[in-house]
Structures are given as C-alpha cells and as structure tokens.
Design a protein around this ligand. Structure first.
Ligand SMILES: [Zn+2]
Ligand SMILES: [Zn+2]
Length: 270
C-alpha cells in the first residue's frame, strides 16, 4: 500500500501543474493513495490573496475543495484521492482556521509551523547576529509551537517538524531543546495523530528528509505514529524516496505507518 499525503499544485503560486497531473504521476508511480494538500489561504488577512506566490486566494478555497472532490470521484477506480490541506499554524488564529475548515469533508489536515515570531522558518537572515542562547530560545519556541499545534485538535499530521534546518543546516546542532522536542512528540502520541516523513529536504540547503533520524528515534520511543509526504511542488516528485523511507523506518524499528481517511487513522504495516 503506497501513499503520499503531501502534494501541492499551481494554485499556491509556487508549484507547477494541475491537481490531476499529480494524481496521474501517483498512478504512474504505482501508488494506491494520493493526498492533495495545498497550502491554506491566509484566512485572517484583510486581503483575499495577500501573497500570490505563497498561497491561494481565500475566495479560491471552495474551488480547491470542489476540484479535489470532483477528481476523487473521477479517479475512484484507479487511485484513492484524499482531500487534505497543509494548514499554517498561527496559534492566535486557530479558531478562525478551525471554523474555516469545518464545512468541508477533509480526510486530514496537515498542521505546519511556517512562521515563528512573525518570521518565516526558511528565512536565512533570522539567524544572523543571534548568539547561542538566542538560537536555543528560537529552537525551543519552535517546538513549543509544534507541541501546541498537536494539542490544538485540528490536525491529523504535523508537517516537516524540523524544517527550520531547511536553510540553516546548523539548526540540528543547537543543543538544549531536547525536552521541548520530546514534549512535542509526546503530544503527537497523546493526541493519536502523526508526524510526516517529508522528503523535500533535498529541495533546500539541508538535503535529506524532515525530520532527522534522531527525532524519528524519539518519536518511536514515545509511540508517535508516522506518515509519508513528498511535499511535491512538481508532479515528478510525487512519492519521492518512498521505498528508502520505508527501509529507514524499518531499520529504526518502526513496524507501521499510517494515513487518514475521513480523519480516521488507517494503519499500514511497514
Ligand atoms: Zn509550498
Ligand atoms: Zn510546509
């Protein structure tokens, strides 16, 4: 059973091709399940589409849902198409986001911390001029937000939980946030949700996958489930490294991974 729950398409303004191209790529790659999970619009912003290169217009969101649901039906004999969304997590806007998703039959929602203290986690300059203590404080704060996202009850999957290393590979070497990471993983287990193994690290400076093996070992220790997401922004990346991830998870000691259908966990043996 091959599944990939994290894909984008041209609606967000920084991915190529249409949803159906990602579905076709998944069929070609021998997948049985493909999740569509474009970036959430900025629900709280006064403008309909404040950042056209980052996220779809708010007014386009119902069209997005309708298109996925139409394709789900159209492809049902060839592949299972799941309705997802990669949601930003802004702790002070969580109720607005919750109510914005409420009308729709999502199979799952990925919660991703893309900003902390108002700055993108991928912004290289956020680390400039910060001493060790300040860097550690940034890292702790990031994992506290991830823990809070797990406890929000809104998400079935937490996206790329060490993506701060994306353009700052030294992030992994900032020591002292181990207990914050553990608390986030314990919250994942306690809420019976999951983290994704996201294979898009190779599209950034850090290379490899999110999260690191060290974090995956802690996740296993605490009983946190894992799922798979390529985070494809081009159809050719759908399912990237799926077999390698499966192999690595088995080596670490995992015996299962999961996906979500109508927000219910589906367990797949590794
Ligand atoms: Zn994106
Ligand atoms: Zn993301």
């Amino acid at each position: 059973m091959k599944f990939d729950l994290h894909t984008h398409h041209d609606r967000c303004g920084h991915a190529s091709d249409k949803i159906k191209d990602y579905i076709e790529a998944a069929i070609q790659a021998g997948f049985q399940v493909i999740g569509i999970s474009d970036h959430s619009p900025y629900f709280a912003h006064e403008l309909d589409q404040p950042q056209p290169g980052i996220a779809m217009a708010r007014s386009d969101f119902p069209n997005y849902i309708a298109e996925v649901l139409r394709l789900k039906e159209q492809y049902q004999d060839r592949i299972e198409v799941l309705l997802g969304v990669e949601s930003d997590f802004y702790i002070d806007q969580i109720e607005l986001y919750r109510s914005s998703y409420e009308p729709y039959p999502f199979d799952y929602i990925i919660g991703s911390v893309h900003q902390t203290r108002g700055v993108s986690i991928f912004n290289r300059t956020r680390w400039k001029g910060k001493d060790d203590a300040e860097q550690l404080d940034e890292k702790k704060h990031y994992y506290e937000l991830i823990r809070d996202s797990a406890n929000s009850g809104l998400f079935q999957i937490l996206g790329h939980i060490d993506a701060m290393k994306g353009y700052y590979p030294g992030f992994a070497d900032i020591r002292g946030a181990e207990s914050e990471i553990d608390e986030a993983l314990k919250a994942v287990a306690a809420n019976d949700i999951s983290i994704e193994i996201n294979t898009s690290g190779g599209t950034k400076d850090c290379g490899g996958w999110y999260p690191s093996d060290a974090i995956l070992e802690r996740a296993l220790h605490f009983g946190a489930d894992v799922t798979f997401g390529s985070d494809a922004h081009v159809p050719s990346r759908v399912g990237d490294d799926w077999e390698l991830v499966r192999k690595r998870l088995r080596e670490i000691g995992f015996s299962r991974w999961v996906f979500f259908r109508q927000k219910r966990k589906v367990i797949v043996p590794l």
